[in-house]
Design a protein around this ligand. Structure first.
Ligand SMILES: Cc1cc2nc3c(=O)[nH]c(=O)nc-3n(C[C@H](O)[C@H](O)[C@H](O)COP(=O)(O)OP(=O)(O)OC[C@H]3O[C@@H](n4cnc5c(N)ncnc54)[C@H](O)[C@@H]3O)c2cc1C
Length: 371
């Protein structure tokens, strides 16, 4: 079997893996990405992209391909709770964008392949090992196994499932699309339901991506009848009912288990982590993709500058800079996620918003990157 040598091998060709790769390729490193699935094949995601995306695309010199993303501009966010009326606030700065998540992942991968990355379909076999400062990796694909050698291995393979969820309620997310949704012109909506939310993101011409994030208990009651679950949620939230009243579902349901874990991990056993593999940004703020892109670019720059000799010092610099740039946003997202899961706290927040709707703008600003 022939053996290929790479400067860096990256597990996972999602936004984070591509962002690490793009930085390395700009500095003429040889990069292989491998992925167990076809990127762009139906991730469960709200599809909201913050204004940070534009900054990232400019910094990578990718602006000429911007129009191919097919983004819808978003200027404001609306929220509602069970039995409350809808409140809205403008997004800070340039606002944000609604994207088709499959198209976005495919766009990132295409840019990375154009920049010179190699891509392999497959997963790592357990007999892969590190000896003499070199990873000897066996990658098992659908038709063949290849051997590649590299001094640097990056895991950008998305969020981890924790070993156990001691006493914690599990959360699930489902995604579908509707047409004929009302009140979403340039606006993303978060309709809170009991211990969860329904996110609606416009994708143009009255169409919207819907992402529902609820306790597994809620799904268990309805089994496969997710339209039945939606009827129950619409009955408790009048603003959600008003938005979806005339709408028709246009796609099947896709589901995933979403695990907020609160653990940070930057490097371990000579593997560097990127994107959700570092930590998951609670989906409530729709902010995971910018953190995956900017954090991935940061790791790529440090790996390119640091060479192969000092993996530990690269990890320390990465952890320090990552925390400086992203930790406050991640903690705000975690706090809002916790609030959503507590009837008492979410009730108090909606009480505060009824008393002073201006508080919403402050909360929204806390969830976005500083300009
Ligand atoms: C319900 C929900 C809604 C969300 N909504 C938003 C939103 O609106 N806006 C936003 O910005 N963020 C959102 N996020 C977060 C966002 O989806 C993630 O932050 C983002 O996908 C992280 O990118 P990543 O590259 O780290 O991981 P991923 O996108 O998960 O990519 C990981 C890649 O690794 C591959 N892989 C996994 N395991 C292996 C393996 N063993 N071997 C080889 N390949 C492997 C996978 O196939 C995948 O292609 C949401 C998350 C959830 C759960």
């Amino acid at each position: 079997m022939s053996v290929a040598l790479y400067d860096v091998v990256i597990e996972g060709a999602g936004p984070a893996g591509c962002a690490v790769a793009l930085e390395l390729l700009r500095r003429r490193r040889r990069v292989l990405l491998y992925d167990r699935g076809l990127p762009g094949s139906g991730k469960v995601c709200g599809g909201f992209l913050g204004p940070e995306l534009r900054t990232y695309v400019r910094s990578q010199g990718l602006s000429s391909a911007w129009s191919r993303l097919g983004l819808e501009p978003i200027r404001s966010v609306a929220i509602s709770g069970p039995g409350t009326r809808e409140l809205a606030s403008n997004l800070p700065g340039d606002g944000g964008y609604a994207c088709d998540r499959d198209r976005f992942d495919r766009w990132m991968l295409d840019r990375t392949l154009e920049a010179g990355a190699d891509l392999s379909a497959g997963t790592l076999r357990t007999d892969s090992r590190r000896t003499g400062g070199l990873w000897r990796l066996q990658l098992s694909g659908p038709n063949r196994t290849i051997e590649v050698h590299t001094p640097v291995l990056v895991a950008a393979s998305g969020r981890r499932q924790p070993a156990r969820l001691a006493g914690r309620q599990e959360y699930f997310a489902v995604r579908t699309a509707y047409e004929g949704v009302r009140g979403l012109d340039g606006r993303v909506a978060l309709h809170f339901v009991r211990r969860g939310h329904v996110g609606l993101n416009p994708t143009g011409s009255g169409r919207a991506t819907m992402c529902l994030y609820v306790e597994s208990e809620c799904l268990r009651r309805y089994g496969a009848d997710l339209d039945g679950l939606m009827r129950e949620l619409r009955a408790v939230n009048p603003a959600l009912e008003a938005a979806l009243g005339p709408a028709a579902r246009t796609e099947g349901w896709r589901s995933c288990r979403a695990v907020p874990d609160g653990v940070l991990r930057f490097g371990q056993d000579d593997v560097h982590y990127a994107g959700d593999a570092v930590t998951m940004v609670d989906p409530i703020i729709g902010g995971g993709i910018p953190v995956a892109l900017e954090g991935g670019a940061l790791l790529g720059r440090l790996l390119a500058a640091g060479g192969t000799a000092h993996q530990g010092s690269i990890t320390r610099s990465y952890a320090r800079e990552w925390k400086r740039r992203f930790l406050s946003r991640v903690l705000v997202a975690a706090a809002l996620g916790r609030a959503e899961r507590s009837d008492a706290v979410s009730g108090a927040i909606f009480g505060l918003l009824r008393w002073n709707p201006g508080v919403l703008g402050g909360l929204v600003r806390l969830t976005r990157a500083a300009p």
